[in-house]
Design a protein around this ligand. Structure first.
Ligand code: FUB
Length: 305
């Protein structure tokens, strides 16, 4: 017990305004999702396994790391893979995680084995570090390829947000942002799927709330930059807020997640700044996120170690 307290104090004292980036240097990591739980921040990333010069994503598993100071990270290994979902055939793409009623719900993008296109599954665990198991046995969201406009990856990048009244919302999509209510069991949609027309929306929708204002951040254009909108509810109406982070120089995606930890706000994202990094060999990083007195998010510059 005493040892735990001493460690906690040491952690608080060493909290940094600027983190050491990239967070992981021995493998390539992408699409960060983050969760704050019991005094630690947990980072979930997809492992980019494409060979140098590879021409497509090779992503088979998610990895988990945690920290009590945003600087020193503990590697918790891989608590789930795309194959955790028996109905999936590949692609451990972007994910998000939330805690509810003592359980940890992990929403992930994968490729469906029998329904063409990407799909979203839900895995559950009693611990933020897993192991996770498929919570439904079937996909929560599947791609509708009968639509003429379907691109096969319309249904990617889930993000989950639980509002103060307890209502959980799922946001996802590529090109068009979709959103829907989740039932209290977190495993089923509760009502119809809505769409939102957002200016130049590409992917990576993410909602957080601060001082009564809802912030919807997302990747805009391609190559992507991270922008945000604000609104009075979890479903808007949304007004453009500004650019949070400018595009990367050697990778077109950027995928953010925003959390508060130890009295500060942070934005996780990915770039490709490790040696031999690139489009399919990315690296997760984190920066402090600051707000102006009017609640506007200030632009964030990427830092290196
Ligand atoms: O990592 C695969 C895809 O690239 C993600 O789903 C997108 O957000 C983009 O980062």
């Amino acid at each position: 017990m005493l040892k735990t307290c001493v460690l906690a104090v040491a952690c608080a004292a060493s909290a940094l305004a600027q983190a050491a980036n990239p967070i992981v240097t021995n493998i390539f990591t992408a699409d960060p999702a983050a969760l704050v739980d019991n005094g630690r921040v947990y980072l979930y990333v997809g492992k980019d396994d494409a060979p140098e010069g590879g021409k497509d994503y090779v992503m088979n598993e998610w990895r988990v790391y945690s920290s009590c100071d945003m600087k020193k990270w503990t590697d918790h290994g891989s608590p789930l893979r795309y194959s955790t979902f028996k109905w999936a055939k590949s692609d451990a793409w972007a994910s998000d995680i939330v805690k509810r009623n003592g359980k940890y719900y992990f929403y992930s993008t994968v490729s469906h084995a029998t329904i063409p296109g990407k799909a979203i599954g839900v895995a559950v665990s009693n611990s933020p570090t897993g192991p996770f198991e498929d919570a439904r046995g079937t996909a929560l969201i599947t791609n509708d390829m009968t639509k003429e406009t379907s691109i096969g990856w319309d249904d990617i990048d889930p993000a989950v947000f639980i509002d103060d009244d307890g209502q959980a919302w799922l946001y996802w999509g590529n090109t068009v942002m979709k959103y829907a209510k989740l039932k209290p069991n977190m495993l089923e949609l509760d009502g119809p799927i809505h769409t939102a027309g957002l200016e130049a929306f590409t992917e990576a929708a993410y909602v957080h709330k601060r001082k009564g204002t809802y912030y919807l951040s997302y990747s805009r254009h391609f190559p992507e930059e991270t922008v945000y909108m604000t609104g009075p509810t979890a479903t808007g109406p949304w007004s453009f807020g500004g650019v949070i982070m400018e595009k990367n120089s050697n990778v077109k995606t950027i995928h953010q997640a925003i959390v508060d930890f130890n009295g500060k706000s942070y934005i996780f994202y990915h770039n490709a700044k490790l040696p031999t990094g690139g489009e399919y060999r990315r690296s997760a990083a984190v920066e402090e996120l600051r707000y102006g007195p009017d609640g506007k998010i200030l632009p964030v510059a990427q830092t290196a170690e």
